[in-house]
Design a protein around this ligand. Structure first.
Ligand code: GUN
Length: 283
């Protein structure tokens, strides 16, 4: 079997056209949507992600501000900047790129963001709202994965889904969204005893571990849908995911590539959340 490719780049283009139209409509009413991006330190991967987020704003008619701080920035100064952004009426969404340097308490920083500007959906109020079935902002990566399932007609109701990874950014909110959609969800992680057995029983596998080639063909049920959230580099420095794409694509029914799969969808859903924040503020 050769898996059908889930094209995150193509789906992103379609969704971004709608984002651009909504941004233009808001701008015409004097409410251009605005995203503030904050990066602390010089993690090279974070720099690339943040640059792509700022560029996506420019390309689609959103206003953006970009604050770059050295790794020595104090927690108090970061909290003061967030407070200023919370009060800034040009800014509808605030994104503080994670991870933060070790001397800064990321929980404290996330909780300082006004929940109505928390377009990452990481604030406890937003995490709680998602968990109780009334989300204000859904975390962008799992939200983008849900859009992929929808666009490709992947049946979730009654499906066995395995999420590999238990982060607050991907694994946990992904599990919540899949439960809400009627899937039977198993969350696996580094302490799981027999990952292969869990994965082999799944109709849907979402891999979000940051470990290259974690998911191999022998771990996948024929016809399953495989979503690769990983962003790793191979020995040659080439971008690759958590899934052995060459092997798994001969077994799976649907598969996402890296690059060109989940990555562009994450940024697209960040734009969608920012537009929604701006629409709420304008109405
Ligand atoms: N680091 C890795 N992914 C993300 C994300 O979606 N948002 C933020 N703020 N930081 C991240």
């Amino acid at each position: 079997m050769t898996a059908k490719l889930i094209d995150g780049l193509a789906l992103s283009k379609t969704l971004r056209a709608d984002v651009a139209a909504r941004a233009a409509a808001l701008t015409a009413r004097g409410h251009q949507p605005g995203l503030a991006v904050v990066l602390v330190g010089d993690n090279p991967a974070s720099e690339v992600y943040v640059r792509n987020k700022v560029k996506a704003c420019e390309d689609n008619g959103l206003y953006s501000s970009y604050d770059r701080y050295p790794a020595t920035l104090s927690e108090a100064d970061l909290l003061a900047r967030i407070d200023a952004l919370n009060r800034d009426s040009r800014i509808h969404g605030i994104l503080v790129q994670l991870p933060l340097p070790a001397h800064i308490d990321s929980h404290k920083v996330i909780e300082a963001i006004a929940p109505e500007k928390d377009v990452d959906g990481f604030h406890v109020a937003n995490a709680g709202a998602l968990m109780t079935g009334k989300p204000l902002f859904r975390p962008c990566t799992p939200y983008g994965v849900m859009k992929m399932f929808e666009a490709y007609g992947i049946e979730l109701q009654g499906a066995n889904a395995v999420v590999i990874g238990r982060s607050n950014i991907v694994g946990k909110p992904m599990a919540m969204m899949l439960i809400d959609a009627g899937a039977t969800v198993t969350v696996c992680h580094s302490k799981t005893r027999d990952l292969a057995a869990h994965a082999r029983a799944a109709d849907i596998v979402v891999a979000a571990t940051g470990r290259r080639n974690l998911l191999t063909a022998d771990m996948v049920k024929p016809g399953a849908t495989v979503i690769d959230v990983g962003m790793n580099r191979d020995e040659a420095g080439k971008l690759c995911g958590d899934v052995d794409f060459a092997g798994v694509s001969t077994v799976a029914g649907h598969i996402t590539p890296v690059p060109g799969g989940v990555g562009p969808m994450t940024i697209t859903m960040l734009l969608v959340n920012t537009i929604e924040a701006a629409e709420r503020a304008a109405n």
